[in-house]
Design a protein around this ligand. Structure first.
Ligand code: SF4
Ligand code: SF4
Ligand code: SF4
Length: 295
């Protein structure tokens, strides 16, 4: 009898969560990225994610195009060159030496950026999830428990970075897990392990912040005045990011929101209207019951 009762109650019990560990995250230094896409491939390999095909996007050499339920790391290729009609190509100079090549005026540049879930410290995707499938795990990283995800897609609409999407294979929402399975075994996430230039740095967040400040000073001293850290601290409208970046230009140039906003900040009116509607219905019901009461 006791066993039967225990089995019946088991689905409603909450197991004790693992003890908190030191918060971990990523510092992605985009100035070091060479666009090799080893991180993208390593992520797919470790997590056994299917290929997305080789599509010609017609606007970049990048053929992955975006993050998706089957692409949890995406290396963006951002070409900053003047329009081809404004700078006609000069005939090739066959007598170039190394010095003149190095001194050659730069007309444009490539920006590379390995994008990923930002593991927001106050994550709108988590706030929007009605089933509690999205949690902050013991490393303070944002993790989707797929057996609890019902595929409603509320998290997809809530993420201001366009990170999460639903899979056509199982209908559930998927994104970077920050290699939770590897972290539990004291292994570095697969993408950071594969990066040959250490553009992706993984580690305790406090150490990453310290390193990032030093790196920003170094890059600025080399003449990149537009360099900045993105997401290293909270703003008035958004929490700090567990995966933050060193950028060389405006965030919008990288397809990131300049000032990310938490959608739930704008829902206070909806909450008030919902509560007022409920109160009105309760009042109508009470009046109806009193009016029908005998005597
Ligand atoms: S970036 Fe988007 S998916 Fe990732 S934790 Fe933040 S809100 Fe959630
Ligand atoms: S941490 Fe793991 S799951 Fe996340 S992008 Fe890197 S390899 Fe993929
Ligand atoms: S592995 Fe490193 S260098 Fe290569 S694309 Fe990814 S972040 Fe850039």
């Amino acid at each position: 009898m006791a066993n039967l009762l225990r089995d019946l109650l088991y689905p409603f019990t909450r197991p004790t969560p693992p003890a908190s560990r030191r918060a971990t995250g990523f510092f992605t230094d985009t100035t070091l990225c060479i666009g090799c896409k080893a991180c993208e491939v390593a992520c797919k390999q470790w997590n056994q994610l299917p290929s997305d095909g080789f599509n010609f996007t017609a606007n970049s050499y990048d053929n992955t195009a975006q993050l998706s339920a089957t692409t949890w790391r995406h290396v963006k290729f951002l070409e900053q060159f003047p329009p081809s009609d404004s700078a006609p190509p000069s005939p090739p100079d066959m007598n170039l030496d190394l010095r003149s090549l190095l001194m050659e005026a730069q007309n444009g540049r490539w920006l590379m950026m390995s994008d990923v879930c930002k593991h927001c410290s106050a994550a709108p995707c988590q706030m929007a999830c009605p089933t509690g499938a999205i949690i902050h795990n013991e490393f303070d990283d944002v993790y989707i428990q797929n057996d609890i995800c019902n595929g409603c897609g509320y998290c997809v609409a809530a993420c201001p970075f366009g990170v999460i999407s639903r899979s056509a294979f199982d209908g559930h929402a998927h994104k970077c897990t920050l290699c939770y399975d590897r972290q539990r075994d004291d292994l570095m996430p697969a993408c950071a392990k594969a990066c040959p230039t250490e553009s992706i740095r993984f580690g305790p967040l406090d150490e990453l912040h310290e390193h990032a400040v030093g790196r920003l000073e170094e890059v600025k001293a080399r003449g990149f005045k537009g360099a900045r850290l993105y997401g290293d601290r909270a703003s008035d409208t958004y929490s700090a990011l567990g995966a933050f970046f060193l950028l060389l230009d405006e965030p919008s140039r990288y397809g990131l929101p300049d000032d990310p906003d938490t959608p739930q900040r704008h829902m206070i009116g909806d909450y008030i209207r919902g509560a007022a509607g409920t109160l009105i219905w309760v009042a109508i019901l009470a009046i109806a019951v009193i009016a029908r009461a005998p005597g």
